[in-house]
Design a protein around this ligand. Structure first.
Ligand SMILES: NC(=O)C1=CN([C@@H]2O[C@H](COP(=O)(O)OP(=O)(O)OC[C@H]3O[C@@H](n4cnc5c(N)ncnc54)[C@H](O)[C@@H]3O)[C@@H](O)[C@H]2O)C=CC1
Ligand SMILES: O=C(O)C(=O)COP(=O)(O)O
Length: 533
């Protein structure tokens, strides 16, 4: 829809061509009117009052123009976007991509090869085996607009760098949940019954029935660490095996746990009570090596650990020590700190450890689902739509989006106008946007409009490409404190909302006022002010 097209990493527009062409002698007041699309009947007026003499603004740099939309409004033919698929993706997903883009599958590239290709593609699709580093993202800047992670974990993508360069990161968070949960259960059961060790021994000609006596699952306590999508499915299946399931997750809703008959407990309680511990949290700074000497010491002697999350949540040296001492009786690992792990890894070679080569998501069904999920997300993002699985951009509910749609381009224009009124970006010392609506504070998401104001302010006078992904970052870089972006609500019955901003003497140099009226919001007004030196 129109609103989203303007927000996401969309085809780049040259600052010069997009610049609001105002004469040096700007009228002291200007009114624009528009009729909203989605908000049928919505009326919109912009009044711009100039409080000081503006200097004309010239763009400082120009950026390459690349239009990629095959359905450009002028009907002109555009080259198709180019998508680089760096790891094996199911045919079903490739077919979705090929309908919209030129697709190159280059599996098994070296980091240097990926770096060399980054600037030749509009989108890059990876799984867990490709590191999308800052170097790659910066090399792709100006062209690479979307990174698609065909799976859940995005720890192999430098999200901060992606955000800084305005590259959207999307993932496929749901299609492999069941596969990962089933693999967790497979590892749990095969570890408890020594399946892989006994299999290897028998194939080596050894019939060792006494050596491979296992332990039962029924009645045992399983601690699920990370009660998200995979963790909940593991819990559900473990209950079916007659296990008592407890879970630790600082952010999990208690009602979800209650519904599954799972007790939510603290980290220390979970690891102290468990006979089996199954890991399902993301690898983030707070979970890195969270299973270490100290935490192993708090566990029951003889505990068994399953990891289908990320190798990095375990201090692997500490795990080897815990296995050697017998504190941990067995471990079953699908993931490793370094993948593939070194051939002489003590952990992999340990006789009490069962390993698989990161197979959690590797079922035919999951791979097909993931491929379609990521292909649709990437195509949508390339079309400029808001991605439901965006990792580094706000996800805006459809209802809010349709209400805001008519005002999105106004917000950008307001920014473009204002930057001219205050002598270009160097004249801006702060930005204040006050947005007033009858919606309640929790029901008011102004990030879209905020992003578009920032886009309008920055793009005409710099080479920076601004979109929903990097708008807040861009504002912070320019020391426009986010606290200056304020939003307020007014009573639904109020015909003339009272909130205004930028009228004090310190905010005197330039100001613009937009009055918005939306049928569902009642009168809505937002005021922006830009302070000049
Ligand atoms: N081995 C494989 O092939 C696969 C691995 N995974 C991995 O499994 C993990 C979980 O995936 P999903 O369940 O889909 O993600 P999710 O986001 O639905 O669940 C993760 C849960 O971890 C919780 N969490 C965050 N910090 C925590 C902490 N300090 N302690 C405990 N819990 C914490 C979150 O609140 C969330 O509920 C991810 O790391 C993902 O990459 C997922 C699919 C396949
Ligand atoms: O989805 C995840 O987080 C996974 O770990 C799956 O990884 P993969 O896509 O199989 O490399």
């Amino acid at each position: 829809m129109a609103a989203s097209r303007a927000l996401l990493p969309s085809p780049q527009v040259s600052p010069a061509s997009a610049r609001v062409r105002l004469a040096a002698a700007v009228p002291s007041s200007l009114t624009l009117a528009a009729r909203g699309g989605a908000g049928a009947g919505a009326r919109l007026r912009v009044r711009c009052a100039i409080l000081s003499s503006p200097a004309p603004v010239a763009p400082t740099e120009s950026r390459p123009v690349r239009r990629i939309s095959p359905s450009a409004p002028d009907g002109a033919l555009r080259p198709k976007p180019a998508v680089l698929v760096a790891e094996k993706l199911s045919e079903a997903g490739l077919a979705v991509l090929r309908q919209f883009a030129d697709v190159e599958c280059a599996y098994g590239m070296s980091p240097a090869e990926l770096l060399a290709k980054a600037a030749q593609f509009d989108a890059l699709i990876v799984r867990s085996g490709t590191k999308v580093t800052r170097e790659v993202l910066e090399a792709g800047q100006g062209r690479l607009r979307v990174v698609g992670r065909a799976g859940v974990g995005i720890d192999n993508v430098d999200l901060q760098a992606a955000t800084e360069v305005g590259c959207l990161v999307v993932n496929a968070p749901t299609a492999n949940t069941i596969a990962a949960a089933e693999h967790g259960i497979a590892l749990l059961a095969s570890m408890a019954r020594n399946v892989s060790q006994a299999d290897a021994a028998l194939k080596a000609g050894k019939w060792q029935r006494n050596k491979y006596v296992g332990v039962s699952l029924v009645g045992k306590t399983l601690a699920v660490m990370g009660f998200g999508k995979v963790g909940s499915e593991v819990a559900r299946r473990a209950k079916g095996l007659g296990m008592h399931v407890i879970a630790h997750d600082p952010y999990a809703p208690a009602d979800r746990a209650r519904a599954l008959g799972v007790e939510l407990v603290s980290f220390d309680e979970a690891i102290a009570r468990a006979d089996f511990i199954s890991l399902h949290m993301p690898l983030i700074p707070t979970t890195s090596k969270i299973f270490n000497d100290e935490s192993f010491a708090k566990m029951k002697t003889g505990v068994r650990i399953i990891n289908v999350a990320r190798g990095g949540v375990i201090d692997e040296d500490a795990l080897v020590r815990a296995l050697d001492s017998g504190k941990v009786a067995q471990a079953a690992l699908d993931v490793f700190t370094v993948e593939p792990p070194p051939k002489d890894s003590k952990l992999v070679l340990h006789e009490n450890v069962t390993v698989t080569p990161h197979l959690g998501a590797s079922t035919v069904e999951a791979q097909e689902g993931v491929a379609i999920e990521i292909a649709e997300a990437v195509v949508g993002a390339l079309r400029g739509e808001l991605a439901a699985t965006a990792v580094n951009a706000p996800m805006v509910p459809a209802e809010i989006l349709s209400e805001l749609a008519p005002y999105v381009s106004l917000a950008e224009k307001l920014g473009r106008l204002a930057v001219q009124l205050v002598a270009g970006e160097s004249g801006i010392k702060g930005v204040k946007v006050v947005y007033t609506t009858a919606r309640g504070p929790d029901d008011l998401d102004t990030r879209l409009l905020r992003a578009m104001v920032t886009k309008g302010l920055v793009e005409p006078v710099s080479s920076t490409f601004v979109n929903l992904v990097n708008a807040d970052y861009t504002a912070k870089q320019r020391r426009w404190s986010p606290s200056r972006f304020a939003s307020r609500t007014c009573s639904p019955s109020s015909r003339v909302p009272s909130a205004t901003a930028g009228t004090t003497s310190s905010w005197r140099a330039g100001s613009s006022t937009a009055c918005l009226t939306s049928p569902s919001w009642g009168p809505t007004r937002w005021t922006s002010a830009w302070r000049a030196t």
